[in-house]
Design a protein around this ligand. Structure first.
Ligand code: TLP
Length: 339
């Protein structure tokens, strides 16, 4: 089976398995896991922030940011198709007690003046705006890159209003590699950032959040409250170190595969792209085929290819480490056959 459902599906590499086997570990709730400490230092350094924290998942990392910055009754500004709003089970409301103020972006980019207008003024009727979130790359727009110019403009507005900015950077390294920029070109325009190790970077589990010391201290406490204080989790961190040191540059291979897949899809009558992919996500509009998403995905599965539904008439194909160039050829053939 060629599994294009998500880049979360990668299996740990041989190097990761060796690092996991050899890891020196300790109790991280006591701060005594040397491998976790090393991963957190490495991440803080790469992301240009004071401190970092190893967390169970991207969702947990995002939620820790919301919990650390906000109080119940606050409002946070999020893009209307962002993961934090769309896919996290309303955790911002269920856990942090905040309400979302959504802004429709274009390919994930919120217009800075829309952000400025959405910030609440002081009025007894209004909630306080306590956080602005940016997702980069933006999953539901097809892994599109939010430009550093857009981020700079939003960050400036946020700073003028003394509101922190959090980046959901589950795939921020994809943005950096695809735009040939250092990841800090993006992270300089935020107060905190979440990056996933378990997507294109191939680790089995884990994310990191990074920010200043005070933020990480608060997030560490929230992580513990949520039961995310792991013990000898250095086995997972060992793989995370391989992700950050050996798996970043190779993301360009995933982008190249997505681009080739997109080229072929553009030539198949009945299929069209939501956007040209900037990175590793290809969203295909199948409406013209007159098949339901379910039918289309079942037909594709019969041809040995897995994809996911991404809304009415849309399916998502995601490239990753465990998808070879030959797999892409086969996926293209499968798409042609089912049309
Ligand atoms: N995204 C998953 C699904 O939840 C949709 C996927 O297969 O793409 N931020 C972004 C932008 C994400 O795409 C995801 C995962 C997360 C956060 C959450 O990460 P995890 O799954 O580690 O909680």
């Amino acid at each position: 089976m060629i599994d294009l459902r998500s880049d979360t599906l990668t299996q740990p590499t041989q190097r990761m398995r060796e690092a996991i086997y050899e890891a020196t570990v300790g109790d991280d709730v006591y701060g005594e896991d040397p491998t976790i400490n090393r991963l957190e230092e490495l991440a803080a350094d790469m992301l240009g922030k004071e401190n970092a924290l190893f967390v169970t998942s991207g969702t947990q990392g995002n939620q820790l940011a919301v919990l650390s910055y906000c109080s119940p009754g606050d409002e946070i500004i999020v893009e209307s198709e962002s993961h934090i709003f769309f896919y996290e089970g309303a955790a911002i409301s269920a856990l942090a007690g905040v309400q979302p103020r959504t802004i429709n972006g274009i390919k994930g980019e919120m217009n800075p003046s829309d952000v400025r207008n959405a910030i609440r003024s002081q009025d007894i009727h209004f909630p306080d705006t306590s956080l602005i979130c940016i997702e980069n790359t933006h999953n539901r727009s097809g892994g599109s890159i939010v430009s550093s110019d857009n981020m700079r403009a939003i960050y400036k507005i946020a700073q003028q209003a003394s509101i922190p900015v959090h980046i959901d950077g589950a795939r921020l390294f994809n943005a950096a590699v695809a735009s040939d920029k250092q990841v800090q070109e993006y992270t300089q325009y935020c107060d905190s950032v979440q990056v996933c190790l378990s997507k294109g970077l191939g680790s089995p589990v884990g994310s990191l959040i990074a920010g200043n010391k005070e933020f990480i201290k608060r997030a560490r406490k929230w992580r513990k409250r949520l039961g995310g204080g792991m013990r000898q989790a250095g086995f997972l961190a060992a793989s995370g170190i391989i992700s950050l040191t050996e798996m970043v540059e190779r993301l360009s291979e995933d982008h190249e595969k997505a681009s080739r897949l997109a080229d072929a899809i553009e030539d198949i009558g009945g299929l069209s792209l939501l956007n040209r992919p900037d990175t590793n996500i290809v969203i295909v509009n199948i409406e013209e085929t007159k098949k339901s998403n379910e039918e289309f995905l079942n037909d594709l599965k019969k041809e040995g290819v897995l994809a996911v539904s991404f809304g009415e008439g849309l399916i998502r194909l995601t490239t990753h480490y465990d998808v070879s160039s030959q797999d892409i050829d086969q996926a293209i053939t499968a798409l042609k056959r089912i049309i």
